[in-house]
Design a binder for this molecule. Structure first.
Ligand code: CMP
Length: 175
């Protein structure tokens, strides 16, 4: 859709018939940037184990449903107790999952967070803070839930990751 818009704008310009005088170069560049971000997200989604079961077309559709968000080092992404409206995939950078002063986990490129509130409709279970400049691909709760319902294959690898995190949390209680 965006791709078609971009091609139409480009060919109108080539033909010398600038059909949409209201489209500025800035807007044109904005669409191009968004397309590059969607393509990067689709590539990243392909490398995430629980999105691996999706075919290319679905991954692209999913990528274009999301939005790229950037955070500075030290910036809060998710606040404990807040209501959950998004699921986040880390495109690059590093975040910490914190409960008070305790660090529960460090997550980096290709890892995800924010799924818990979307699964059980409860407030965010922890803070998530960017520890370096971080870019995330964020999906709305609506897209995330529709995705899991339409593709139950995703649920098992996601469960595996949740179990892995639970085990790590359990062993940190013992340490
Ligand atoms: P959510 O509760 O929506 O928001 C905070 C997120 O931090 C949570 O989803 C998980 O994605 C993540 N999280 C919470 N606890 C842990 C943990 N022990 N290990 C790794 N990630 C966690």
């Amino acid at each position: 859709m965006e791709c078609q818009a971009l091609i139409s704008i480009y060919s109108a310009r080539q033909r010398g018939s600038w059909l949409w005088p209201s489209v500025t170069l800035n807007e044109f560049q904005g669409v191009a940037r968004r397309m590059a971000a969607v393509s990067e997200a689709a590539t990243m989604l392909a490398s995430v184990p629980f999105f691996a079961s999706l075919d290319n077309k679905r991954r692209k559709a999913l990528a274009s449903d999301g939005k790229e968000l950037s955070y500075k080092a030290g910036e809060s992404i998710v606040g404990e107790g807040a209501s959950g409206v998004g699921f986040y995939l880390i495109l690059d950078g590093k975040v910490e999952v914190r409960k008070g002063s305790r660090v529960l986990a460090s997550l980096g490129k290709g890892e995800f967070f924010g799924e818990m509130s979307l699964i059980d409709d409860q407030p965010r279970s922890a803070d998530v803070v960017a520890v370096t400049q971080t870019r995330c691909w964020a999906l709305s709760s609506w897209s995330f839930n529709a995705l899991v319902k339409a593709n139950p294959d995703i649920a098992l690898p996601m469960l595996k990751e949740l179990v892995k995190r639970l085990r790590a949390a359990n062993s940190s209680l013992i340490d």
